[in-house]
Write a protein that binds this ligand. Structure first.
Ligand code: ATP
Ligand code: MG
Length: 577
């Protein structure tokens, strides 16, 4: 929870930038959000998006959207499209500054040649395993490759042949010639280029060699004139390498500043793990409403303003922490309380028959759409002799503190009348099937002229007018606060590609919550819900916030996702601490 220590909205990156601007060290704030299009964005990315676009906005600067697409094996146009949609959904605009690292391949290749000519890069024939073995350990310095001292001419020739596609994958790489004894592994002659006979989703088969993330990322920032290159902590140890490239290439120096990545309780924030959930069918797709992806939470009904509010509240710190999902849900409730129109829906219906209400008659009652927002106006709700109410709003033998319906008790039907329960009808196994009640016509609108009070108000729908709803109730995707608890294998993961392979066993999958979704097809909603547009959000009074499913909802088949319940667990957590 230490991650939201600075409620003022100020944080260390802002302070650094303000100081540098004041001292004249930098003149503009130019940031970028640099996703790799190898998966869908998640709520952790929202933190990076809000930070980069937010700082640019605050300091009157610019923020680019740049796709860091230097790995043809994992990247796809589908991911580019989803990322663009998600950033826009969050409310940010990169204007005409949409860039691609793959557009820099020519320039990066030129720079590689430049380093070879300066005697600072060489072609190595060692295999990946040998390179790892030669690299040494934390306590043992690395050894020089036998090919480290090739002549500049030979290196130029070999690199050209690599580019032509003369060699098989894995047979050669281009490495920076730095220091095999460096205390920083990243400086022990890191790989700059590898051979991949693969098709790139944008460049096709033009290239047989591809720059590593480490050789592409910093220079891409530099090319774009990015002044502040903000990234997560795992890149701290890469900074000396990025600075080395910038110095030796004599190009524009961006300043890299690292911040802690967002971890959220009861979920995983790693594209690789999310991909696994999708590919192994643990969820229905990247946009499954249980997923922490932006497309998932959008479908679930989280408003973008709530996500931005959350990102502001958690702040930006240098120390890793795990934020409780309850805080995000709290932000969602606050926003929806302001903006979501109220409707009545009964999730577990039991029939009420108003015996003194004439058969075949009905009327329309007036209901307020949103008590928090007068401009939301009013609507008409039909009332008739037979109604649905929630099964748990009735108790045959109620305890003292139960203020809802019971035999001989009177309650208020929201926006309607007082009713009293006269008779409980059961089936042959003793299950309650119907409640016979009477209503007081004098209490229309919910007030008794004689001033008599009732202790409870319950929601209802008219059985004749209501529409059936499919309601999907979601719970945490993982049972544990930290689903990785038994899977620490990928700690310290950094960079892309290579570091991502062969790790992250099933560990987190052992903590999947197998009851994370309940599909209820018995619910009944007031008729106006038939007109809900896909993606439209509501508060179902007393039941929670719901959103018409963007894929499956239609006028003939109403499908609602529960966005969040009404009960705010965040307030409780705060009180305890
Ligand atoms: P993942 O680990 O999920 O694969 P990534 O870092 O590999 O994420 P990128 O596409 O490189 O994914 O992410 C783009 C930007 O978002 C990077 O600058 C990265 O540092 C930032 N980012 C990624 N995950 C988080 C997170 N959990 N919290 C904050 N920022 C993040
Ligand atoms: Mg990564």
């Amino acid at each position: 929870m230490s991650d939201h220590a600075e409620p003022s909205g100020s944080h260390f990156i802002k302070s650094i930038i303000a100081e540098e601007l004041a001292a004249g060290k930098r003149k503009v704030v130019h940031t970028r959000f640099p996703p790799e299009p190898n998966g869908y964005l998640h709520i952790g990315h929202a933190k990076a998006i809000c930070l980069n676009f937010g700082l640019a906005e605050e300091f009157g600067g610019r923020c680019n959207l740049r796709f860091d697409d230097s790995n043809p094996l994992t990247e796809r146009q589908e991911y580019v499209d989803s990322i663009r949609e998600d950033v826009r959904w969050l409310g940010f605009d990169w204007e005409d500054r949409e860039f691609y690292a793959s557009d820099y391949f020519e320039q990066l290749h030129e720079w590689a040649l430049d380093l070879i000519r300066k005697g600072k890069a060489y072609v190595d024939d060692l295999t990946a395993d040998e390179i790892r073995e030669y690299r040494g350990t934390l306590t043992r310095p690395g050894r020089d490759s036998p090919h480290r001292d090739r002549s500049i001419e030979e290196n130029l020739e070999l690199f050209e042949a690599m580019k032509r596609g003369d060699f098989p994958e894995g047979s050669k790489v281009l490495r920076a010639k730095i220091d095999m004894a460096s205390g920083n592994f990243n400086m022990r002659d890191p790989v700059m280029y590898r051979i991949l006979h693969a098709e790139h989703y944008r460049r096709g088969k033009e290239w047989a060699i591809y720059p590593t993330y480490d050789f592409a990322h910093g220079q891409s920032d530099s090319l774009e004139g990015v002044t502040y290159s903000l990234c997560t902590l795992e890149f701290e140890d890469h900074r000396p390498l990025y600075d080395w490239f910038i110095e030796n290439l004599e190009i524009f120096p961006s300043r890299q500043i690292e911040f802690a990545r967002l971890n959220l309780s009861h979920t995983v924030l790693s594209k690789r793990k999310l991909k696994k959930l999708v590919e192994e069918g643990h969820v229905s797709g990247w946009d499954d409403p249980r997923m922490p992806t932006l497309s998932g939470i959008r479908r679930r009904g989280y408003p973008p303003a709530a996500v931005r509010d959350f990102c502001n509240r958690i702040g930006v710190a240098k120390a890793d922490s795990r934020v409780d999902l309850a805080l995000l849900e709290h932000c969602v409730r606050q926003e929806l309380n302001r903006s979501a129109p109220r409707r009545m829906a009964v999730l577990d219906p039991i029939k009420v028959v108003i015996e003194n209400y004439p058969e075949g008659q009905s009327e329309e009652l007036e209901a307020i759409n949103n008590p928090e927002d007068e401009s939301a106006g009013k609507r008409k709700v039909p009332f008739s002799r037979e109604l649905w109410i929630e099964r748990d709003d009735f108790m045959e033998d109620p305890p003292k503190k139960f203020f809802r319906l019971g035999p001989g008790r009177e309650v208020r039907l929201r926006w309607a009348y007082f009713i009293t329960c006269n008779e409980v009808v059961k089936d042959e196994v003793g299950k309650i099937v119907e409640l016979h009640c009477s209503y007081d016509p004098e209490t229309r609108g919910g007030q008794a002229p004689d001033g008599r009070k009732v202790r409870g108000t319950i929601h209802w729908v008219s059985a004749e007018h209501s529409i059936p709803l499919e309601v999907r109730l979601y719970d945490h995707l993982f049972t544990k606060d930290d689903p990785d608890q038994s899977d620490r294998a990928d700690k310290g993961e950094a960079g892309k590609g290579e570091a991502d392979q062969g790790q992250g066993g099933g560990g987190f999958l052992d903590n999947l919550n197998h009851d994370s979704v309940t599909i209820n097809t018995n619910a009944q909603g007031e008729p106006s819900l038939a007109e809900a547009a896909p993606g439209q959000r509501f508060q179902f009074e007393r039941r929670g916030y719901f959103c018409a499913d963007s894929k499956d909802h239609s006028a003939g088949h109403a499908v609602f996702n529960r966005t969040v319940t009404l009960r705010d667990t965040w307030a409780k957590i705060q009180k305890r601490s």
